[in-house]
Design a protein around this ligand. Structure first.
Ligand code: FAD
Length: 306
């Protein structure tokens, strides 16, 4: 448990409309279902509420944003400071003229792909296979099946730690593989995507193929965080992990998936420490076996328990 700073914050911010909750469990907000609480969880009503909150929040209080928690390990000691989760007020998806789709960053990726398909907009079907929300896709440059967020993005809106709103053109995001070079403090609030005219039935068939392929090759019904490590240059992460004999390896309640060995899974009773230790064990064994240094793709937030 962290000290409760919510009454102090509320006193400083009488204008606040969103919900501000002390010591809020985060485990159920993530796919792995592990980890400690947020010292404060803030769910802003809309972008203006978020900007006013950040503008008034004392500079020494750390801020962490989470989306749908599909690429996240929350450590067992929880997350000091404020964790921000964007909900309803960031949940609009709109099709615009010129085969464009505008979406709030609280919108699940799959909803964007579906809106585009129904409107006969091709080029956004890849979002069908990514189980996060648009904020996570913008920050991670989420991608699958040969396309990434950077290939479809026109611009993104976001709020910095001081509460100032910015618009980032695609080039300002300085994207590379699973990386966004926009300032780390920016919380994205909305995105505008460019597709191209397409046949709704063909796009629907493409999306069905993506679903089938996921179900056949990934443990998508497990408590997991998706691909644990980025593919190292010239290699597939799963191949070097397999070659190092790590398929099925266990630490406590965490296991390297038998189905796809770049996925770690919580078998039920894992702690965040089990999962992180398993990931580090895999990194060490792969380095010893093939000399390849694996880099975490999954984001780890918070503190270890003492
Ligand atoms: C079964 C499974 C399959 C997956 N397959 C794929 C895949 O094919 N391709 C792929 O790219 N990923 C895949 N992932 C990983 C994950 O879905 C993506 O990285 C996704 O984009 C994360 O979105 P999220 O909303 O869950 O973000 P979270 O996991 O909550 O957060 C991830 C990061 O994004 C940041 N973030 C979240 N919202 C915002 C915001 N509004 N503004 C700024 N930063 C923000 C967080 O601070 C954190 O650093 C998979 C995951 C699972 C569990």
């Amino acid at each position: 448990m962290f000290p409760d700073i919510v009454p102090d914050l509320k006193a400083k911010m009488p204008q606040l409309r969103g919900r501000l909750l002390p010591n809020q469990p985060l485990a159920e907000l993530t796919w792995f279902r592990v980890g400690g609480p947020a010292q404060v969880l803030f769910m802003p009503e809309d972008e203006a509420d978020l900007a006013s909150f950040l503008g008034a929040l004392p500079a020494e209080i750390p801020v962490t944003v989470i989306g749908l928690g599909s690429n996240l390990i929350v450590r067992d000691g929880g997350v000091p400071g404020v964790v921000i989760r964007l909900g309803r007020g960031f949940g609009d998806v709109k099709v615009e003229p010129g085969a464009r789709v505008r979406a709030g960053t609280g919108v699940p990726d799959v909803k964007v792909s579906r809106a585009a398909q129904e409107a006969g907009i091709a080029g956004l079907a890849f979002f069908r296979g990514i189980p996060g929300a648009i904020g996570g896709a913008l920050r991670m440059n989420g991608g699958a099946y040969g396309r990434e967020t950077k290939d479809a993005l026109i611009e993104a809106r976001g709020v910095d730690r001081a509460g100032r709103v910015h618009v980032f053109a695609n080039g300002d995001m300085r994207y590379s593989y699973r990386h966004c070079g926009a300032p780390d403090d920016v919380i994205f609030t909305a995105a505008l995507f460019q597709g191209e005219p397409g046949d709704p039935e063909k796009i629907a068939a493409e999306m069905d193929k993506i679903t089938e392929s996921r179900e056949a090759t990934q443990p998508i019904k497990s408590r997991t965080g998706g691909s644990t490590f980025k593919n190292p240059p010239g290699h597939k992460a799963w191949q070097v992990i397999d070659a190092a004999g790590c398929r099925g390896l266990k630490v406590g309640g965490a296991q390297v998936s038998e189905m796809h060995c770049n996925f770690l899974i919580n078998l039920g009773g894992a702690t965040a420490a089990d999962i992180e230790t398993l990931g580090e064990t895999v990194r060490t064994r792969v380095k010893e076996n093939s000399g390849v240094e694996l880099e975490w793709e999954i984001k780890r937030i918070g503190v270890r328990s003492s």
